[in-house]
Design a protein around this ligand. Structure first.
Ligand code: S3P
Length: 449
């Protein structure tokens, strides 16, 4: 395994310029959240798991390497087709080297949960972005279950060594923030605990872990809790059985061509197999409220995850107010929503964005900076972002991507419809989640230079 300790050795800048109408039909890569989970549950199951449509982005490939280092057999059998032979619940072996999760908070945090339920020690590491992100929110509940941090950097940051619990305790845990990563870490550790492990969240976060655990044979019940929350109860020590997983296209990746097609005049594109789990579709709801033409057809589902074909046509957008309770269902989409809001007429107010500050970068500041440098009026007020759209964007800015794939892709989308080109300082991190982004956008008609 390689270890990257900071920005890529050679940064690759790129500009996007005003393009003519985007046209075509594409499938964006597999969902990142589901891809990580398929590998992890495959590694904790007995027998063979066959995954099709896996996202072959760096984040997920790092999780695949970690599963192998922990004792599972992971093999690529074709394009986006992988098999995993698992070791069974609590069966991970002590890895020889530190596990390097690169840029990926999800891979790192979910695997921390899985390791916490095994009697082994593992060191977790990542790139400079991941090393700056908070990990206490994960290891605090894992400590209640019997795991121990034996080494970490100041503030509970990576690199960190975690000693898993010999006899994990089941807990009832109320998550302090709506986070599928925290919820999933506790549930994955809870697999090895006797009795039931319960996670209560006051706002529902994405439920892919719950759906996939059920698909692999675990007993797990999800009930409503309060107005927006959920209570999830997992029966521990199940025998997970290897399963087939079809990974639908990632709505968080689809968000980039969708917004591009909305803002580039005359565009009309189709995206196939887009996952439409309601806990992920806050962006589509918001864009429709703004006047976007997004049609869904051919709705179907696999392993509890619905998907549909999307047709997107360029639309005149207007500003809206996005309520804070919608944040968990579109937490990764505010950057590209801010791009759409810049091309809209009127004010868009996005409320309750505090979690954006602890993503791959401080996305609240980074979004404001991306807009400002391209001539858009924007303001951060507490945890809210306010964008004043006037139907056009001057562009001409150089956007700092801060090792964050979604800043890179959002800024390039902005440049496809702005008066002057938009340049990003580095395309490198796009490969973490959407390796084919640039050629796919070019096939649709996007102009980069
Ligand atoms: C993810 C959960 C979200 C999201 C991340 C993927 C997951 O993070 O931002 O990109 O797959 O569980 P939080 O749970 O920390 O909000």
């Amino acid at each position: 395994m390689t270890h990257s300790d900071g920005p890529a050795a050679v940064a690759t800048p790129l500009s996007a310029r005003k393009s003519s109408a985007l046209k075509g039909r594409e499938r964006v890569p597999g969902d990142k959240s589901i891809s990580h989970r398929a590998l992890i549950l495959g590694a904790l199951a007995v027998g063979e798991t066959r995954i099709t449509g896996l996202l072959e982005g760096e984040d997920v490939l790092n999780t695949a390497k970690a599963m192998q280092a922990l004792g599972a057999q992971v093999a690529r059998t074709g394009d986006f087709a992988w098999t995993v032979r698992g070791v069974g619940v609590a069966g991970f072996a002590t890895p020889r080297n530190a596990l390097d999760f690169g840029n990926s908070g999800t891979g790192c945090r979910l695997v921390m949960g899985a390791v916490a339920g095994c009697p082994i020690e593992a060191t977790f590491d990542g790139d400079a972005s991941l090393r700056s992100r908070p990990m206490r929110r994960i290891v605090d509940p894992l400590a209640l279950m019997g795991a121990r941090v034996t080494h970490s950097q100041e503030g509970g940051r990576l690199p960190m060594t975690l000693q898993g619990a010999r006899d994990p305790l089941p807990i009832v845990y109320r998550t302090p923030v709506a986070s599928a990563q925290i919820k999933s870490a506790v549930l994955l550790a809870g697999l090895s605990a006797p009795g039931t492990t319960t996670v209560i969240e006051s706002e529902a976060s994405r439920d892919h872990t719950e759906l996939m655990l059920r698909h692999f044979g675990a007993q797990i019940v999800s009930e409503k809790e309060g107005v927006h929350g959920r209570k999830i109860t997992l029966t521990g020590q199940p025998e997970l059985r290897g399963a087939n997983v079809v990974v639908p296209a990632d709505p968080s990746s689809a968000a980039f061509p969708i917004v591009a097609a909305l803002v580039v005049p005359g565009s009309d594109i189709v995206l196939t197999d887009v996952m439409t789990n309601p806990l992920r579709t806050g962006l589509f709801t918001t864009l429709r409220e703004m006047g976007a033409s997004i049609e869904e057809s051919e709705v179907r589902g696999d392993a509890g995850e619905p998907m549909a074909q999307f047709r997107i046509r360029a639309s005149k957008l207007h500003g809206v107010e996005v309520p804070p309770e919608r944040a968990p269902s579109m937490i990764d989409e505010y950057l590209v929503l801010a791009v759409a809001a810049s091309f809209a007429e009127g004010t868009t107010i996005m409320r309750g964005l505090q979690e954006l500050r602890v993503k791959e970068s401080d996305r609240l500041e980074a979004t404001a900076a991306m807009l400002r440098v391209n001539g858009v009026k924007v303001e951060i007020s507490g945890d809210d972002l306010i964008v004043e759209g006037n139907g056009r964007v001057a562009g001409g800015g150089l956007v700092a991507t801060h090792m964050d794939h979604r800043i890179a892709m959002s800024a390039l989308v902005m440049g496809l419809a702005s008066e002057q080109p938009v340049t990003i300082d580095d395309t490198t991190f796009i490969a973490t989640s959407f390796p084919d982004f640039i050629p796919m956008m070019q096939r649709l008609g996007a102009e980069f230079a």
